[in-house]
Design a protein around this ligand. Structure first.
Ligand code: UT7
Length: 327
């Protein structure tokens, strides 16, 4: 297929998988000096899922992948591109995508790689897969956002441990049924902001060996960036197409904090119910957050054929990105 020829690409199916273990705010209040009242008022979070013994980023990814394939009514063997967005891979190498490939029984001709854009990872994976499929070089992609954030948490730090959860979400992408498809994407990253949200240890930097292997965050600064960046991404996606926020049927934003979601709603002058939110039940699952929300929105009947859906995220980097999809 000539590279210049592009094809309409759509999300053909979604799936998600979370650990069974529910940890409430009251449970965390036994661990650190916090309360359900503080956590819920400041973040909207009531509970999160945390991986049990034997559960890994790969096992969560697999559950989501199988559900997405079933929803798309596609055999695993049809997948020729597999991208796992994660910042908590099982191992530094090989890529989690290769572990998922083996477990799913995908053929040796499948291109498999991980992508790390932290909480923006799924949107980065969607954009990457869209480009590769639209070029005609691959036909069906499985993109997964999967995280075991509990492995990167300092459980004595109340400023971060109450925010995150474990889980996975996935989507199958392929040739679009007529009228549907990915319309536009936008990715970005702000230079010089890496110290606002990071895991200092565990890498190959000379500073890394002694540094903590846990998330450190300047929450207030990240909050301000998140609202500004997500508002900008939404407008940058809509305005060039002559669209207004009101043309969007549902926004599926990164689930970090309900106050951030509501702030974007105010900026875009949209009612809160135009935003899908499940942060109350899962906390921030990083790259898994958008596909997990998208799958729940689909299963709740919130995605109607022909609707314009807007995905928008921010995360460590600091990165940001969005995608406009005709469902
Ligand atoms: O995917 C990207 C991930 N990151 C984010 O999305 C983070 C974005 N930022 C936020 O969501 C918010 O900034 C937080 C939820 C992290 C914090 O909310 P805040 O309203 O910005 O609170 P704050 O950091 O200004 O803290 C207010 C107070 C502080 O006490 P003092 O200094 O006023 O005495 C904190 O020590 O709340 C204290 N505090 C807590 N108290 C009870 C911080 N964490 C807790 C806690 N329980 N868990």
């Amino acid at each position: 297929m000539p590279l210049s020829q592009t094809h309409a690409i759509a999300i053909l199916g979604t799936g998600s998988h979370v650990p069974e273990r529910i940890v409430t705010n009251d449970d965390l209040a036994k661990l650190v000096n916090t309360s359900d009242e503080w956590i819920h008022t400041r973040t909207g979070i009531r509970e999160r899922r945390l991986a049990g013994p034997g559960e890994t980023t790969t096992s969560l990814a697999l559950g989501a992948a199988r559900a997405a394939l079933a929803d798309a009514q596609l055999e695993a063997s049809a997948i020729d591109l597999l991208i796992v967005a994660t910042c908590t891979p099982d191992l530094p190498m090989p890529a989690t995508a290769c572990l998922v490939q083996t477990a799913l029984g995908l053929p040796a001709t499948t291109a498999c790689f991980d992508l790390n854009a932290a909480c923006t990872g799924f949107v980065y994976a969607l954009d990457t897969a869209w480009a590769l499929l639209a070029s005609g070089r691959y036909r069906h992609a499985l993109i997964i956002g999967a995280e075991k954030m509990s492995s990167a948490i300092d459980w004595s730090d109340r400023t971060t441990c109450v925010l995150f959860g474990d889980g996975a979400g996935a989507a199958v992408l392929g040739p679009a049924p007529s009228g549907s498809g990915i319309v536009a994407t936008k990715l970005g990253a702000i230079p010089g902001t890496s110290d606002l949200l990071l895991i200092p240890g565990g890498g190959s930097s000379p500073l890394a060996p002694g540094a903590p292997r846990h998330i450190q965050m300047k929450g207030k600064e990240v909050f301000k960036f998140a609202v500004r960046a997500m508002d900008e991404v939404c407008r940058d996606l809509l305005t060039p197409l002559g669209l207004a926020p009101q043309d969007v049927a549902l926004v599926v934003p990164h689930q970090a904090n309900l106050r951030i979601i509501h702030a974007i709603a105010e900026y875009l002058e949209l009612p809160h119910d135009r935003f899908f939110a499940n942060v109350d039940r899962y906390g921030n699952t990083s790259a898994a957050s958008i596909p997990l929300a998208l799958d729940e929105a689909r299963r709740a009947g919130r995605l109607k054929r022909g609707d314009l859906i807007l995905l928008v995220a921010f995360g460590a980097g600091l990165t940001c990105g969005g995608a406009l999809v005709r469902w």
